[in-house]
Design a protein around this ligand. Sequence first.
Ligand code: WTA
Length: 657
Amino acid sequence: MADDDTSTTIDTLAKDTKRYEADGEFTRQANAQPDIYDASLEDFWDAQAKQRLDWFTPYEQVLEWEQPYAKWFLGGKLNAAHNCVDRWVEHGQGDKVAYHFVPDSGPDDPACRDITYADLQRDVVKFANGLKSLGVGKGTPVGIYLQMVPEIAVAMLACARLGAPHTVIFGGYSGTAAAERVGDMGCTVLVTQDEAMRAGKTVEQKANADEGLSSVRTKIEHVVVLQRTGGDVAMQDGRDVFWQDLVADQSEDPESCPCEPMDSEDLLFLLYTSGTTGKPKGVVHTTAGYLAGVATTHHYVFDLKPDSVYWCAADVGWITGHSYIVYGPLANGATSVLFEGTPGHPDKDVWWSIIEKYGVDILYTSPTAIRSHMKWGPEHAESHDLSSLRVLGSVGEPINPEAWEWYRRHVGGGTCPVVDTWWQTETGHILITPLPGITPLKPGSATKPFPGVDAAIYDDEGNTVGPGGGGNLVLRSPWPGMMRGLFNDDERYRDSYWSKYSDAYFAGDGARVDEDGDFWLLGRIDDVTNVSGHRISTTEVESALVDHDSVAEAAATGRKDPDTGHAIVAFVSLRGDREGTDELAAELREHVAKQIGKLARPAEVIFTPDMPKTRSGKIMRRLLKNIAEGEPLGDTSTLLDPTVVETMQEQVKAGKG
Ligand code: WTA
């Protein structure tokens, strides 16, 4: 019964979906041509690894696969910093800009600075020498707790140069969270900054780090403190040193600190990501496969050109920033924008001013950010010359068709391809995505697996679901950037990703596939709720709600219901000064029923001025359920603004009367 209803929904959606054919002119100049899908998986990645990376010693074997552990490019030696920095200088690209750095104060501030590849090499060499003086060498783990400043890339690359694995902790995390992570990895050095600049205000960073280090047991012996604001910070004698002092007398000669030859499978970094419960997972990424994966996807998915000015507006502290602000773009010798700030500061136009100033042609951001801009209205984007834009990317969550269309129309001038890219911290790089110029686009669909990627949808029994069906997203074959396990936790690795199915990686996302074989990501499995035996994606409900004129943002969850098992509760923020009346709530419920089917009609619509978001802008879904069910909230420390949930709880209580 449930299946029948689900497939009806899928059919309806597929039929009603808009489709944008690839633009012929774009196709002619596109990096990817249709035959890109023809090569076998190993041949494809073999060719890419040879073409895009510079090897000290060529590899002997492309792949060794003993599920669930993969090894790629066996026997090869290379260095990530050499590939990202030195080789470009050696190839005469030293004067090319690697980063246009825009400070929190925006693109009009004279503090904007351009960092060329030669500058980057100098800074990386000096900092690597500085780290060396603190005892860091091949295999020494280093923690990096910085904000969006150029030195975050410098620190990562300096580690890579030395063969020292890093773990970057998102700058917005608490000091305790940072200390737990560096403690888990056994880091002896922590790199941080005095203060952060956030929307015109200073935020303590070193003090946070100190607090964490005093409450969590770690092996940290040295704390390097970048002076970002020059604000007063307490320095601990013998342990703390300012970045500026550490590098002052270091050599900038690349020969003084040669790039360490690393084995393909040597650890490049750990990145901790939250599991559904318990302690964060230390996701393991190694050198060659990761680098080949990010360089290749960055080249094709964004149609990168030699003169491109590319901007990924994520934070380096997340995997998107690792792969598509640091390693991918630099491995391709690209010019990127690095913006320290937030979308609404110093004004709502700041993003568009940046694009205009630098002639950005590729923009990569999240649906949440797009919806913020939607909320502020299209006039901001439209009052700027955005004609340099060629490709728009989206990542991090399912993008609702409304936001997709808005992005294409108001940012992309109605012509830019929008690439909705699906991937995870664990996958290292993009796995499902359109290729601009060749893949027909559908608003809300991530379309096709990238070449050399074997994605499928399985039902609960592990059968592949055909066109028109829905189930769990899996990867049936290894890919180069896949995680090499969870740090020191083989059991959890096997349990989380390899126990649901005997022959595939379980991503934890629900998905469906339409008649054209296009993938539609439905969000985490835990976002799928069951109402009267019908599987309903809360993401789909949200998408329908946001489609309504009055709605700026929506988040839906399933709460337990004595009659139907679960019932959908929708939290809704309205646009502008619209009022949340009972009539409007009824209208929205009907709107969803009309869009998806009666089965998806929310039992309750609750108006709220804002959503409970983490500092990275993701809605904390676990909380929605607890709020909807009137249950205790547990840990809310990662929320951007904890008062939001209190207001929502009150509203739920009032709604229940
Ligand atoms: C979700 C971010 C739908 C998904 C790169 C995944 C997406 C999780 C998309 C990973 C997308 C990411 N469409 N959902 N295009 N991209 N997700 O580890 O649920 O921060 O499992 O990596 O984000 O989040 P993570």
